[in-house]
Write a protein that binds this ligand. Structure first.
Ligand SMILES: [Fe+2]
Length: 313
């Protein structure tokens, strides 16, 4: 059970579709004026209905803008007591650009900040293709703050838009871009190694990122855009890998769930002692919508395992 209260669950999995209660409210609002058309244009009526319409539109805009929030406790058998309860906010695949609005991204960032994470990890695809969105997305994401820092890796789309300018912009706004490198953080005397590698289609190097540091770390976190990194990370003995890239399929009809589970996985995975969390991401690519696969903000908490790690639900 998480110490942090989850936000109320969505009423429908199909992202953005109003709930029956909303439809009922909408219908009652829509039809009641037609009972007396004249009254709609009466100044007193306008004063009555227009605020209601504004509230309804605002409520739905908020519903559409919000990602699904996943609260998840990850259990590790050898987690030092001092690292128990460490909170990580995991964002991925923002794809800020034509399919997005500053309002939506700012809402995502506000929800992230509300979690008061110890560490914020962003696993790539800040933009889709056009370099013109690099500066605005970096400025907005650069407002995130966490006690141990905000760290990122680049995704395949980021390399198309321009890895160097994006890295420079993100670093200028205080985000540590981990391009085949790692940083240390101390938590109550325990050593946390945070590593990141370039996208799989570029020149990722786990060896360069981890160096000879792995044996000295009490816990190792690896950021890797592509989840296919898991076998290499497991061989290296990484504790936790955070990934994105798949979007969970983005358009995922119910009848094809099993298929998507194979070629566009999302959620929790484990290989040997290494655990992985794959975010469905926050943005869209190719088509400007999602279906059956809502955008995700993953809020993760590290805990010592009370039982064998394979039994984590
Ligand atoms: Fe992506």
């Amino acid at each position: 059970m998480s110490r942090y209260p989850a936000l109320p669950p969505r009423s429908r999995e199909f992202w953005g579709l109003p709930s029956p209660a909303d439809v009922k409210m909408d219908l009652s609002f829509s039809f009641s004026p037609f009972m007396n058309m004249q009254s709609l244009f009466h100044p007193q009526s306008r004063r009555r209905y227009l605020p209601r319409a504004h509230r309804w539109v605002h409520a739905h805009r908020r519903r559409i803008a919000d990602p699904q929030i996943t609260h998840r406790e990850l259990e590790f058998p050898a987690l030092p007591r001092e690292l128990a309860g460490l909170r990580i906010a995991h964002l991925s695949d923002l794809h800020y650009g034509l399919y997005d609005t500053p309002h939506r991204l700012q809402r995502v960032l506000a929800l992230t900040q509300d979690f008061e994470a110890d560490l914020i990890a962003i696993t790539g695809d800040f933009v889709t293709l056009s370099p013109q969105f690099i500066a605005p997305v970096s400025a907005m994401v650069g407002r995130l703050r966490a006690r141990l820092g905000v760290f990122a890796v680049l995704g395949n789309h980021d390399f198309r838009a321009g890895a160097e300018p994006l890295t420079a912009e993100l670093e200028a706004h205080g985000i540590g871009v981990l391009r085949n490198r790692a940083v240390w953080r101390q938590v109550a005397g325990r050593r946390l190694l945070i590593a990141g590698i370039d996208d799989r289609r570029q020149r990722p190097s786990l060896r360069r990122a981890l160096g000879a540091n792995l044996g000295h770390a009490d816990f190792t976190l690896l950021l890797a855009h592509n989840p296919l990194t898991l076998p290499d990370a497991a061989r290296a003995g990484v504790d936790l890998v955070l990934s994105g890239h798949t979007h969970g399929g983005q358009v995922r009809p119910r009848f094809a769930r099993q298929l998507y589970h194979r070629w566009a996985p999302d959620g929790w995975r484990q290989m040997q002692a290494t655990q992985m969390y794959i975010s469905r991401g926050l943005g869209q690519v190719i088509v400007p919508f999602r279906w059956g696969c809502p955008p995700e903000l993953a809020l993760l908490t590290l805990q010592p395992a009370a039982q064998p790690p394979g039994s984590v639900a």
